[in-house]
Design a protein around this ligand. Structure first.
Ligand code: GUN
Length: 282
């Protein structure tokens, strides 16, 4: 039976030290880290995430501003708000909760954020710099996963890492971070032939597809580190990951549960990115 990684515990440790660092920053330099979160429309999952981000800010002693805009908000007025926040010296981080309504271009909105305030790490400047190795900000979920992996004590150089899923938010940045740590990285997706043959090679397996329990024990090498990014709600309202947890846990050396694995790390890393932004911005 593999070790179940307690994401809640790791995230809480990180948030505790961020609270102390934020207090020191306030005392020494009079700076209070400020995060603005913009949500357009009423996506139920987004509402939950935005509320959690605001609570995390409060607990860390950050300034938290929430902009909840109606679903019919125009792209022009959203861009205008971003411009105002770019110029606002009390705000160090700007996060636009995704997904956006269909009439708004996500690409144009993300590109409008000052890269120095892009605490999501989604701006083309930061994604491009991730490719070359020196981003201002790394996307929160992949950054949290790197933190989890480093705490397992497993060294990455030369290891086979397989990322299932190629989203801009998780799969692609995850692969780049693993590559930067000298893993041999494969990205799989819906068109991959014989997925099980590829995933079975993985020393580190990251599942980020959004398909409930699709990674089963036959697809996992004995002793693999298995990281589950999926958050899927079943018809019976139960929350499950992309990994069939019970059977895969028997083969893995380490595994993250859902809930309580990767999820809490994402918010902890958002706080870290915001603290970094407040420390770095002139
Ligand atoms: N929607 C789902 N995950 C994320 C995230 O990490 N950041 C933002 N802005 N929106 C999301």
């Amino acid at each position: 039976m593999g070790i179940i990684i307690d994401g809640n515990k790791i995230a809480q440790e990180i948030r505790d030290s961020i609270r102390i660092e934020a207090a020191t920053l306030k005392e020494n330099k009079g700076i209070i880290p400020g995060l603005a979160v913009i949500m357009v429309g009423e996506d139920p999952a987004s509402k939950v995430y935005v509320a959690r981000k605001a609570k995390a800010c409060m607990e860390a002693g950050f300034l938290s501003r929430q902009h909840k805009l109606p679903a019919d908000t125009t792209e022009a007025s959203l861009l205008q708000l971003i411009n105002e926040l770019n110029a606002d010296s009390l705000i160090h981080g700007i996060l636009v909760q995704l997904p956006l309504p269909k009439h708004i271009s996500t690409d144009r909105v993300i590109a409008a954020i000052d890269p120095r305030k892009d605490v999501d790490g989604f701006h083309p400047y930061n994604i491009g710099s991730l490719l070359t190795g020196s981003p201002l900000f790394v996307p929160c979920t992949p950054r949290g996963i790197m933190e989890i992996i480093s705490r397992t004590g497993i060294s990455l150089p030369g290891k086979e890492a397989v990322v299932v899923g190629r989203s801009n938010i998780v799969g692609k940045p995850m692969a780049l971070l693993l590559l930067a740590q000298h893993a041999t990285v494969t990205i799989c997706h819906s068109k991959t032939k014989d997925l099980a043959a590829v995933t079975s090679r993985a020393d580190i397996l990251i599942a980020a597809v959004g398909k409930p329990q699709m990674i089963n024990a036959d697809m996992v090498k004995k002793g693999a580190v298995v990281i589950d990014v999926g958050v899927n709600r079943l018809d019976n309202d139960k929350l499950v990951g992309d990994v069939a947890f019970a059977e895969v846990a028997k083969k893995a050396s380490y595994i993250t549960p859902v809930p309580g694995g990767v999820g809490p790390m994402t918010i902890a890393m958002l706080m870290k990115n915001t603290l970094d932004a407040a420390t770095q911005l002139p």
